[in-house]
Write a protein that binds this ligand. Structure first.
Ligand code: KPL
Length: 291
């Protein structure tokens, strides 16, 4: 489980929710050490499918791991029609999830701007206070009461949390943030805050202009001013953070470039657009992954 998944798991458990991680790599992964604004917390969670039926499944693995991670649990999820919350960088996992689980499982999509870092020992630090946005993705809608209870529980654990009826737009906004910050900080091996420096100003603005051009073509209500303000604010709020792609590349792991920039380029192509700057970053990350 990555840094953000461990942050949510620990905060949920600390706020009184029973949490059962499903994917520890080994037993030690169930020992959680979290440092956040409230101090340092040590806790141990019992892994595996819980004895009492779970109420929801928060899926925090990377986009390219979602289907593989869910496959062993697919029969239980289908039987219980267990609501899933997909929380990862990038987009494009909804259709494969529906193909695996059918149409009767409620799938929620979520996006987070929290910053979290995990060190070699599994110690997680909450490095940037952000927000979680959640909304309906596919399958049956939740009852208003259940939806409220789920949001309250998540909000209690890691505030603030916002429900939106326009989750697609929120996901595109997060994808835009990641498409600018992640490849640049990975290629330059710098913290997010370095992107505020003048040497990145032109490149940042070109990337944002291409995003705004695509959104305007695709009828997504995110203009250049809003993108610039949001991306600048994220750079400032997570200045000390090393982005997830920065860490993945440094550790020789596969990055999320396909679900982020790859998805953007594919969608733009559908509209007859070529996003040159983003294509260049995509190619550079793909090349770096092979080194
Ligand atoms: O989502 C992130 C990531 O690193 O993947 C940001 C918001 C850029 C924080 O680092």
């Amino acid at each position: 489980m990555g840094a953000l998944g461990r942050l949510y798991a620990a905060r949920l458990a600390l706020s009184g929710t029973q949490v059962s991680p499903l994917h520890p790599r080994h037993q030690d992964d169930c020992n959680y050490r979290l440092t956040d604004a409230h101090g340092e917390h040590n806790l141990r969670l019992r892994w595996g499918w819980p004895l009492l039926p779970p109420q929801a499944l928060l899926v925090t693995v990377k986009a390219y791991q979602v289907v593989t991670a869910l496959t062993p649990w697919a029969p239980q999820i289908r039987n219980l029609r267990l609501p899933l919350i997909l929380l990862h960088n990038g987009m494009g996992t909804l259709a494969p999830c529906q193909a695996l689980l059918g149409e009767q499982v409620p799938i929620l999509l979520a996006s987070s701007t929290h910053g979290a870092l995990r060190d070699e020992q599994g110690h997680v630090r909450h490095t940037g206070l952000g927000a979680t946005t959640i909304g309906h993705g596919a399958g049956p809608s939740l009852s208003p009461l259940f939806q409220q209870a789920l949001c309250d529980l998540l909000e209690r654990a890691l505030p603030p949390l916002f429900w939106t009826d326009h989750i697609e737009q929120a996901l595109w906004l997060k994808l835009a943030i990641n498409a600018v910050i992640n490849p640049l900080t990975a290629l330059h091996q710098c913290p997010n805050g370095a992107l505020a420096e003048g040497r990145f100003a032109d490149q940042r603005q070109h990337l944002i202009a291409e995003l705004a051009g695509f959104f305007s073509h695709a009828g997504i209500a995110l203009d250049e001013a809003r993108l610039t303000a949001t991306i600048d604010a994220t750079i400032a709020a997570t200045a000390g953070n090393l982005s997830s792609m920065n860490r993945d590349l440094a550790a020789g792991r596969r990055t999320e470039i396909d679900a982020i920039t790859g998805h953007l380029l594919a969608e733009a192509r559908q509209h007859g657009l070529v996003l040159e700057q983003h294509q260049r970053l995509y190619d550079a990350i793909k090349h770096a992954e092979q080194q």
